[in-house]
Ligand binder design. Structure first.
Ligand code: AIR
Ligand code: ASP
Length: 263
């Protein structure tokens, strides 16, 4: 499927979320994720724009999906079509947000009273019910079964795969001077298999500078810390480098490297 993006055509809008738009394509079994600069927090009570975020999240997600693919984690990523468009396998999204935590932060600090920054000896996996009207409440395996969100076999695979992803991404980030504090994953069904979907970016991960513990993620937006764009650019520079991955040869939408707005 890779390298086949020539002649991919955008068709009807299937879904518009807070940070992305999903389009059908002329290729059965695929969708296009379009990454916006829009940012929301606290279940969309806070709204804003992070200039250039869509480009960064698209490229960064692609790089991390490729890294996970090399570690044999199945992801929905097929190809980067343009600065903001990613061709993906079409999934039936499982309505569970899976969070993996290596360091106490955010809602875990609130829930436990432990100070942010407390290391966690063995990663913690949490499940949330993906429901905007309900504000994504935390759930457990029994609720997953009760709500029929996933089968026990699927849930076991999700937990196992979330920890494998953490085991790949934590050292990957560490080599680039970033502490992977926590992150959110979404999985979906594609045919008979499960795949990692959505994105992996500073919108969905907490990333701290390993040395200074400076926050280099969406918490800068959520908490009005300033330097939001700069933080996204810094993460991009460390994870993807100043030269983005070479676009697929001959792709009509590929962006000449010289013209690519490297943040
Ligand atoms: N997350 C949760 N819902 C949406 C997102 N992006 C991510 C946050 C953070 C992790 O899940 O970006 O990396 C844990 O969030 P919290 O608020 O539960 O501490
Ligand atoms: N974007 C989500 C919201 O609007 C969650 C977040 O990242 O804070 O609630």
């Amino acid at each position: 499927m890779r390298g086949t993006g020539v002649n991919v055509e955008t068709r009807e809008k299937l879904y518009e979320g807070k940070a992305k738009i999903v389009y059908a394509t002329n290729r059965p079994g695929t969708i296009i994720q379009y990454f916006k600069d829009d940012a929301t927090a606290f279940n969309a009570l806070k709204r804003g724009t992070i200039v250039g975020k869509g480009v960064i999240n698209n490229r960064m997600s692609a790089a991390l999906f490729q890294r996970l693919g090399r570690a044999r984690v199945p992801t929905h990523y097929l190809e980067t079509l343009s600065e903001r468009e990613m061709l993906c396998r079409r999934l039936e999204i499982i309505r569970i947000e899976t969070i993996v935590r290596n360091v106490v932060a955010g809602s875990l600090a609130k829930r436990t009273g432990l100070p942010e920054g407390t290391p966690i000896a063995r990663p913690v996996v949490e499940l949330y019910y993906k429901s905007d009207p309900l504000g994504d409440p935390m759930i457990n395996d029994d609720h997953v079964r009760m709500l029929k969100l996933a089968t026990p076999t699927e849930l076991a695979w999700i937990r196992r795969t979330a920890l494998r992803i953490n085991a790949v991404l934590t050292p990957h980030m560490a080599r680039r001077g970033l502490t992977l504090v926590d992150f959110k994953l979404e999985f979906g069904r594609g045919g008979r298999r499960l795949y990692l979907g959505d994105e992996i970016s500073p919108d969905t991960c907490r990333l701290w500078d390993s040395r200074t513990r400076e926050r280099l993620d969406k918490d800068r937006f959520r908490r009005d810390l300033g330097g939001v764009e700069e933080a996204y650019q810094e993460v991009y520079r460390r994870l993807v480098g100043t030269e983005p991955d070479a676009p697929t040869a001959g792709h009509p939408r590929s962006i000449p490297a010289s013209r690519h707005p490297v943040p």
